[in-house]
Design a protein around this ligand. Structure first.
Ligand SMILES: Cc1ncc(COP(=O)(O)O)c(C=O)c1O
Length: 378
């Protein structure tokens, strides 16, 4: 029987297909190479040193991180260039990060969208005598962090960064996360185009007053998969692309077989409406999309082990308890003890909940990789 090895693994577990993972890593690197931009992957998706090694092997220039301790896991294991694409404003966290960056001679790049952030970074950087690269975060439509295009704060902050000798103004950084709520590929393409145009206009305004914009860093997996031009861009920061999940699938940006991460679970009980499986919100998360955008029905697609990716056997997880998933039965009959395979809604959240990946190649289990920075949310 194909997938026999999968039915003997203890569940729930996160299964990672290494050849699909490698294909996804190569695919984005190829896009970057074609358009002459750097790849600085966001490691919040996988939080795993082994996977970053694969990204670095094909050309990644360093990492992007969100959180201090997530970044430290990679710095302490030899990563030399780190962008924290998150407004770090807490002195103790900056102190921890800058101390490690001095010790390991890391090229540290931070993100600012307020004078508060600028002042606290400059203060800690001066204390350590550490030169820090700084990006201004531009809000291109997600309306989370960043400064909108017409806000005079952009010029004021860029000027202040330039005048602060311990800081080195690098340029502009944005994340078009609202693409996760797009309707289709064309809609994502328009969001990416709009992002590039906003950044280009901001760059022109700054350069008109002799503020040099050396770098423009963008990145979300959907916008990178949908874009066809990178004219003003110097770097991309995709995260989700290593695994993919139901969002790029829903947007028509990938084929089902390109999703590298799945979850194995066991049917532990059956009632007239549902198969109950041993993966609930503590394994799958409760995400129905990313960035609070509920783009998908249910909490994952479920297949009997022998019918993975067979639409005729696809079921939906309609509800979650912490430790149980409710799989709508359709007309199938799955005996208690059967193993099922799940395509997740949001693979980044799934990875953060597990301790390790069970690594497979086709139907063989070949390894187990630690999720080194899992739970590092500080
Ligand atoms: C600031 C920032 N940059 C890059 C990314 C990577 O986006 P994705 O996971 O869609 O590739 C994220 C994801 O949330 C982000 O918040």
């Amino acid at each position: 029987m194909a997938f026999r090895q999968f039915s003997s693994v203890e569940t729930p577990c996160v299964l990672l297909d290494e050849s699909k993972l490698q294909d996804n890593i190569r695919r984005i690197q190829k896009i970057a190479d074609t358009h002459h931009v750097n790849v600085r992957p966001h490691i919040k998706t996988h939080k795993c040193l082994e996977i970053f090694q694969l990204q670095e092997d094909v050309g990644a220039v360093g990492i992007t991180a969100s959180k201090t301790d997530e970044a430290l896991t990679f710095i302490n294991n030899g990563v030399q260039s780190v962008t924290v694409a998150y407004p770090l404003v807490v002195e103790s966290k900056l102190n921890r990060l800058i101390t490690a960056s001095c010790l390991h001679q890391v090229d540290l790049r931070l993100t600012i969208d307020s004078f508060y952030g600028l002042e606290v970074i400059a203060q800690v950087a001066k204390r350590h005598g550490k030169q820090i690269g700084v990006f201004l975060k531009i809000d291109v439509g997600l309306h989370r962090c960043g400064i909108v295009e017409d806000d005079p704060l952009i010029l004021k902050l860029a000027t202040a960064i330039q005048e602060e000798s311990i800081l080195n103004f690098l340029g502009l950084l944005s994340h078009a996360g609202h693409a996760y709520g797009a309707e289709n590929r064309d809609h994502v393409w328009k969001i990416a185009k709009n992002e590039h145009q906003i950044l280009s206009r901001v760059r022109q305004k700054l350069e008109a007053v002799q503020i040099e914009v050396k770098e423009i860093s963008v990145g979300s997996t959907p916008t990178i998969l949908a874009s066809d031009t990178y004219a003003t861009i110097t770097e991309i920061r995709p995260g989700n692309y290593v695994f993919m999940d139901r969002t790029p699938l829903r947007l028509g940006l990938i084929q089902p077989q390109e999703i590298a991460l799945s979850i194995l679970a066991t049917v532990v009980s059956v009632n007239p409406e549902y198969f109950i499986i041993d993966a609930g919100s503590k394994v799958l998360s409760s995400d129905q999309g990313a960035h609070g955008i509920a783009g998908m029905e249910g909490y994952g697609l479920v297949y009997p082990l022998d019918c993975f990716e067979d639409f005729g056997h696809e079921m939906i997880i309609s509800k979650l308890s912490e430790e149980h998933g409710f799989v709508a039965r359709r007309n199938f009959d799955l005996p208690i003890g059967s193993v099922v395979r799940i395509k997740p809604n949001h693979s980044c959240s799934v990875a953060n909940l597990a301790n390790f990946y069970v690594v497979s190649n086709g139907d063989k289990i070949i390894d187990k990789w630690k999720i080194d920075a899992r739970g590092q949310v500080s």
